[in-house]
Unconditional design. Sequence first.
Length: 158
Amino acid sequence: MKKWTLFLTFVALPFGAQAAETMYVQSIKANIQSSPAFNSKVLGRALKGEALQVIEKNYSWYKVKYRAETGWVSRFLVSARPPLDRVSVLAGDAPSIEKESRRRASVATTTAAVRGLAAEDRQRAHAQGAMNYTDLEKMDAFKVDEQEALAFLEKGMK
């Protein structure tokens, strides 16, 4: 009888011990919606890196507990792992390493090489209008900082 009770206890244990899954916001911010739809009422906004407790999964939406609110968040805005912080490898007062550094090809050159184009082929494709490497270089150099992205999001949500 003891063995039977012990067996049932271990078989039933996984069903009762189901812990809430934790997800972390990956985007700059994630709206907590009242229902699983982007046009539903926004109950709150979780910022990048904040933890959300998943209560239920519904296709592309997770029902989550966030602070005092229970609402829905798109699965495309969260992940099971916390986001990586962008950390500068070199501090402002770090010594220069330019003399010892190895020169590398630019991102645009690397992109062209990966695509299988030699320098002559690149010039011919550019002359024929097939590839626009000038614009590719401009896009590679384009950067948006987090504050600009937040301002853009705020303006779009009004």
